[in-house]
Design a protein around this ligand. Structure first.
Ligand SMILES: NC(=O)c1ccc[n+]([C@@H]2O[C@H](COP(=O)([O-])OP(=O)(O)OC[C@H]3O[C@@H](n4cnc5c(N)ncnc54)[C@H](O)[C@@H]3O)[C@@H](O)[C@H]2O)c1
Length: 272
């Protein structure tokens, strides 16, 4: 059921690679709720061509942008305003990639050039987006900017490797830039810390299936799905969350507040 939560709002949604992407589900939900937006992804991701299917479904245009390139981001924010006919009300940063994770480099044997790339793509790109939007004065008052994080920013998950630092930086950027954007024109900036989700980025982390099942059993509500995340992001883009800013919002079915659950006790008791 649609509620017209985003009627008349304009935005940018990054990171829709395929149907499993959190950004893909978010685009469908924002469309259903009446928003108009531009889709963006890295030029290399365009080669898959999938994003055009989504663009068609949402009546959206696609602007390629490598989120680490200030030039690409300037073009993205400038053209998006031209296409949509005004300033923006929301932006989704749904971008993450670690060459160390992708190439199976252990955390105790990291390649430092790749480490810098992980931080640049997965965290600094968020600052670059915020600073570009700010300098171009591209955001409407009471706009909302969201990036996606993971609880490895606070607790160690060995296979998450250098992405843990990237997420810690990402969350810190939301707090720091959130201050300046709130003062400038009441724009709010938050991160949503999402449950493990079966996407290309998610399943790239070693032992993902076990990780996923463990989190599911450790969360009283179970893991939050990509659709659930899309719903939450939509509410964060709506006028119902105008006073929420500079937060890392846990969207994890209760995982982060749980010590142990009956399901895990049963699992660990087996054979004892
Ligand atoms: N899947 C999970 O378990 C999970 C859990 C918590 C948080 N997250 C976060 O959610 C976000 C979205 O990931 P997802 O799970 O939907 O996976 P995904 O693989 O579908 O999306 C990641 C996106 O990042 C894009 N990207 C990579 N490098 C880029 C660059 N240089 N410029 C622009 N875009 C670039 C990819 O093309 C892709 O579309 C990421 O920040 C991820 O870390 C995912």
């Amino acid at each position: 059921m649609a509620y017209n939560l985003l009627k008349g709002k304009r935005g940018i949604i990054s990171g829709a690679l395929d149907e499993n992407s959190i950004a893909w589900k978010t685009a469908l939900k924002c469309h259903e709720e009446g928003a108009q937006f531009v889709l963006t992804n890295a030029p290399v991701a365009m080669r898959m061509g999938k994003i055009n299917e989504l663009a068609e479904q949402c009546g959206a245009q696609v602007i390629p942008a490598d989120a680490t390139s200030l030039e690409d981001l300037e073009n993205l924010f400038t053209k998006s305003q031209e296409i949509l006919g005004g300033k923006l009300d929301f932006v989704l940063h749904s971008i993450g990639m670690s060459p160390n994770v992708r190439k199976g480099k252990h955390y105790t044997d990291l390649n430092y050039d790749w480490y810098l790339k992980s931080i640049d793509i997965s965290a600094l790109s968020f600052h670059k987006m915020l600073q570009t939007a700010d300098k171009l004065d591209a955001m409407n008052e009471w706009g909302s900017i969201v990036a996606l994080s993971y609880i490895a920013a606070q607790r160690t998950f060995p296979d998450y490797s250098d992405m843990a630092q990237a997420k810690a930086v990402l969350e810190s950027i939301a707090r720091s830039y959130g201050y300046f954007f709130a003062k400038k024109n009441k724009v709010r900036v938050n991160t949503i810390s999402q449950s493990p989700t079966k996407t290309t980025a998610g399943t790239g982390v070693g032992g993902f299936d076990v990780f996923f099942d463990y989190a599911d059993k450790m969360s009283p509500l179970g893991n939050a799905s990509a659709e659930d995340c899309a719903n939450y992001i939509t509410v964060m883009f709506s006028d119902f969350t105008r006073m929420v800013t500079m937060q890392n919002l846990m969207h994890d079915g209760g995982f982060s507040s749980s010590g142990i659950t009956d399901e895990l006790v049963q699992e660990l008791s087996r054979g004892k």
